[in-house]
Every structure is written in C-alpha cells, then in structure tokens.
Design a binder for this molecule. Structure first.
Ligand code: NDP
Ligand code: CU
Length: 474
C-alpha cells in the first residue's frame, strides 16, 4: 500500500489548516452520513447536516448542527451526499442552492452495473451546475466508526474538476484515508463496481479447482469403486473417505501449481512469436497472470490436505489389515519376502521428494504474503517466486513420478482403458516443465531477453540500433 510521502503530508497539513475553518455539509443523517460527519468533526472540520427532519435527529455531539436540506446547503460550498441514489430526485428542487458547489457522491449500488450510468454521472445530470466528485464509497460506515481502517484505507476519488477533487482528497487525508486519484468522472462506474466485487482474483482459481475436483472425483469413483464392484463384486465404497480424497488433493495441488507457471510460458511463446513485448496479451491471459498468486495458494491448501491425509495412513483399519495379512501369509507359507534395496530406495526417495517439495511450497506461500514480500526487493521476489517455484514444481512432479515408478508403464493398471489418476495428474506439470526447459535454451532465451528489454523484431528503429551496436562491438 502506498504511504503519502513526507512532502505530501506536510502539503496536506498546510491545506488542512486552511480548511479547518471551512464548513462541510453532509446531506442525510443515516449510518454513513453520521459516521463520516462525526469523523470529520473529530478531525477539526465544522460539520452541518442536512436532513428531512432536523428535529428528530438529535443524536449528534455538541457543535454539529442539523438543518433542513436547503438551509444546510447554504452553509457550505462542499456537500457530501450520504443518500441512496433512489432518493436523489429531490436534489433537482435544490438546484439553485447547489449551483457551483462541490457535491461528493459516496453512494453504492446493490448490483454491479445496476444502472446504465454511474450514480455520480446521474447526480451530475440532476444538478448540472454543480461540480461532482465521486469518493469514499469503498469505505464502510463501520470502519469509520470503529477505526478499523487498516485493510481499507484506500479511498478512490474521481471527478472532472481538479480543484474540487483536490479539496475532497484533502478531507480524505485528514480523516486518515489514503485518497487515490482515479481520473475523471468517467471512472465513477468502475469505482462504484469495486466494493461489489467479491474476491475478484479468487473467482477463477476457485471455480477451476472446483471443476477439476469434480472431474477427479468422478474419474476415481469409476476406477476405484465402480470398476471393482462390477468386475469383482468388491465393495470399495469406504475409499470415499480417505483413499479417493488422497488421490484428488495431490493431483489438484500439482496441476494448480503447474497452472501458476503455464501463463508465463504462454506469454513467453506469444512474445517470441510476435517479436515484441508491446502488443497486448489477450484478456484471458492477463487475468490468468493476475490471479497466479491465488492459484498458488489454493494449490498449497490442497498440498496441505494431502499431507494430513497421508499422515493418517498407518492408523487406517484397511492398511493395518493389509499389513498383518501379508505377515500371516508369509508365516503360513513359511516363506519370508526378501528385502529389496531398490524398493526401499524408491519408497524413501518418493517420501523425501514429497517432504522437500512441500517445504518449498510452504516457503513460496509465505513469501507471497504482503508483509513478507514488502521486505524483499523486486529481484529477490522474482527469484523466489520463479526459481524456487520451478524447483517446487520439479520436486513435486518427481515425487509423483517416483511414486508411480514402473507401475505407470504396465498395462495391467488400466481399468476400462483408464490409466491411474496419477498418470493423468502428471500430464500438465510435465508439459509445463518440458516447455520451460525448451524456453531456457539459449536459442530461445536470448531473443526473449532482448524482447523483454524492449527490442522489436519488426521495428526499423531497433534494427538500426542493433546494427549500430554491432559496429561498435567490432
Ligand atoms: N453504510 C455504509 O457503510 C456505506 C454507505 N454508502 C452509501 O452512503 C449512502 C447512505 O447510506 P446509509 O447511510 O447506509 O443509508 P441510510 O439509509 O442509513 O441513510 C440514508 C439517509 O438518506 C436520507 N434521505 C434523504 N431522502 C430520503 C428518502 N426519500 N428516503 C429515505 N432516506 C432519505 C435520510 O436522512 P434524513 O432522514 O436525515 O433525511 C437517510 O437517513 C448510500 O448511497 C450508500 O450507498 C457508501 C459506503 C458505505
Ligand atoms: Cu504425495
């Protein structure tokens, strides 16, 4: 989050001392109007409320006046409209009092794109002579009252009149917010939609993992429960509790982790193909790139579940029964299974790869937290997220490969032509790793690095520059 610089703060303080004497008017004595009015009052502004029933709203501290809308409007040249859009129409009657004044629209809607024009633009239409500024709609009345502003200090502001916008931003600063100028009133729509979005960056990762989850579940049901039931009349339904989740979760974790690195590879291929970094990526790729962190965190959650499900394996009845029946069989047949070093190696290394992979995975998750990533510089962050990320992907893929071992290749594991779920989960990570391996080869890496530094294959300017460089080098 951006902190105002020392210069900005002292500038703001100078401006504030000018405005302390100034009166701010708030229309509407509802939750938000009251919270905002009280906050501004505490911060040294003198505040006048406009209300339909001035006598009824006696809940204000001494020093705050509640007047009729018309009277209140005459007291100040800056009016905050803390009223729902649906009730704006009475403002047309006040058009004369509101001429040339700054009207701050703080309203929100219930749905994204509920009206064709933004509330602020609607207000501008109703009161054509006023200077409209959109602000503070992303702040909640509760946060203003309780002071719990930490997560939501940013207040987006937009408007066509520069000076009016500056005044509103100064008020924002003095009540402890961080105003962010978003440009002209055309940005109001976006600002109004902002608080209505529910975890926008989490939507895609969550939908994707839900879809993959369903697919994996149906697949495992077919192979592990329905097939044995039809072919051997075996009741494997208890697999639903632990065995099947412990196949779905590692598969999801591995694939989602691979999907964190896939968009970067697609972007690199696109840049190589186009020979420039200056043409825009398609929207879906942009969006995918933006939610990589969330994708990675969902993957980490599944990896965590996989670890927990794996730890309980020794106490499962089914597993204990399998072990003891194997021993009893050996006794009955008077034959001991010889110790197999290869098997021991495979089993130990698959566990070790899993542990290391999970450890790096957790490290990746921790470094993506804002409080940690703020303490490292950009290069360090890139190093951790990219190099360490690929190492994690390699370890986790190897973990799955070693687990499958030779079994993956034997045709006997096919059931109704369906391979084991592990084989399926390996397709995506292996593809990503192979593509990455190809891209780091010098014949691709060098042009890519140049493109990322601004070189363009089809641009005359950069060709000339290149020729010039070549001569210099000679
Ligand atoms: N509550 C919050 O956390 C946030 C609210 N907002 C926005 O602030 C605005 C006000 O919200 P909030 O304070 O919660 O709403 P309330 O319903 O609590 O308050 C609305 C106020 O509008 C005034 N009003 C004027 N004309 C009418 C009318 N015809 N019918 C009803 N009320 C009228 C009333 O004040 P009076 O009786 O004095 O005339 C009323 O108290 C909304 O646009 C909302 O989107 C934005 C961000 C956060
Ligand atoms: Cu595992």
């Amino acid at each position: 989050m951006e902190k105002p610089s020392l210069k900005e703060t002292s500038f703001a303080m100078n401006m504030n001392s000018d405005h302390t004497r100034k009166t701010v008017c708030v229309f509407g004595t509802g939750d938000f109007g009251r919270s905002l009015g009280n906050k501004m009052f505490q911060c040294g502004y003198s505040v006048v409320f406009g209300s339909r029933n001035p006598e009824l709203s006696g809940l204000h501290p001494k020093g705050i006046e509640v007047l009729s809308y018309t009277e209140a409007a005459q007291r100040s040249d800056l009016i905050i409209i803390a009223i729902h859009r649906e009730h704006y129409n009475f403002l047309t009657e006040l058009a004369e009092e509101l001429q040339g004044k700054i009207l701050v629209d703080i309203s929100n809607n219930l749905k994204i794109n509920q009206y064709s024009e933004s509330n602020a633009e609607y207000l501008a239409e109703l009161v054509p002579g006023a200077k409209i500024v959109k602000a503070f709609n992303t702040i909640s009345a509760w946060a203003l009252q309780s002071g719990a502003l930490d997560a939501s200090r940013q207040a987006f502001v937009c408007g066509d009149d520069k000076e009016a916008k500056q005044r509103v931003m100064d008020i924002g600063r003095s009540i402890g917010l961080t105003p962010m100028d978003q440009g002209s009133l055309k940005a109001a729509k976006e600002i109004e939609n902002y608080p209505l979005q529910l975890f926008p960056m989490w939507k895609f990762p969550l939908y994707l993992s839900a879809a993959l989850c369903v697919f994996y579940f149906v697949y495992c049901m077919l192979r592990e429960v329905i097939y044995p039931y039809i072919q051997e009349e075996k009741d494997n339904t208890f697999f639903l509790a632990i065995s099947i989740p412990n196949r779905i979760f590692p598969g999801l974790a591995l694939n989602l982790l691979a999907l964190v690195y896939l968009p970067g590879i697609i972007a690199a291929i696109l840049q190589l193909y186009r020979g420039t970094k200056y043409s825009r990526f398609p929207n879906w790729l942009d969006h995918w790139m933006l939610c990589r962190k969330q994708l990675g965190l969902v993957a980490l959650a599944f990896a965590f579940l996989h670890v927990m499900y794996t730890l309980v394996i020794p106490i499962r009845h089914y597993v204990r029964w399998k072990w003891s029946s194997r021993i009893i069989n050996q006794i009955k047949n008077n034959k001991t299974d010889p110790f197999n070093t290869t098997t021991a190696w495979l089993s130990d290394s698959y566990v070790a790869l899993g542990i290391l992979g999970f450890f790096l995975f957790v490290l990746l998750g921790i470094t993506s937290l804002p409080s940690v990533s703020n303490t490292v510089n950009w290069r360090e962050f890139r190093f951790v997220q990219s190099k360490l990320g690929y190492l994690t992907l390699i370890l986790c893929t190897a973990h799955t490969l070693v687990f499958g071992g030779k079994r993956f290749l034997s045709p006997s594991i096919l059931r109704w032509y369906l391979p084991s779920i592990y084989v399926l989960s390996l397709i995506m990570p292996c593809t990503v790793l192979v593509l990455k391996f190809i891209l780091v080869m010098p014949c691709f890496d060098q042009p890519l690095t140049r493109i990322r530094q601004g070189w363009e294959r089809n641009s005359k300017v950069s060709k000339k520059a290149q020729l010039g460089n070549g001569k210099n080098e000679v």
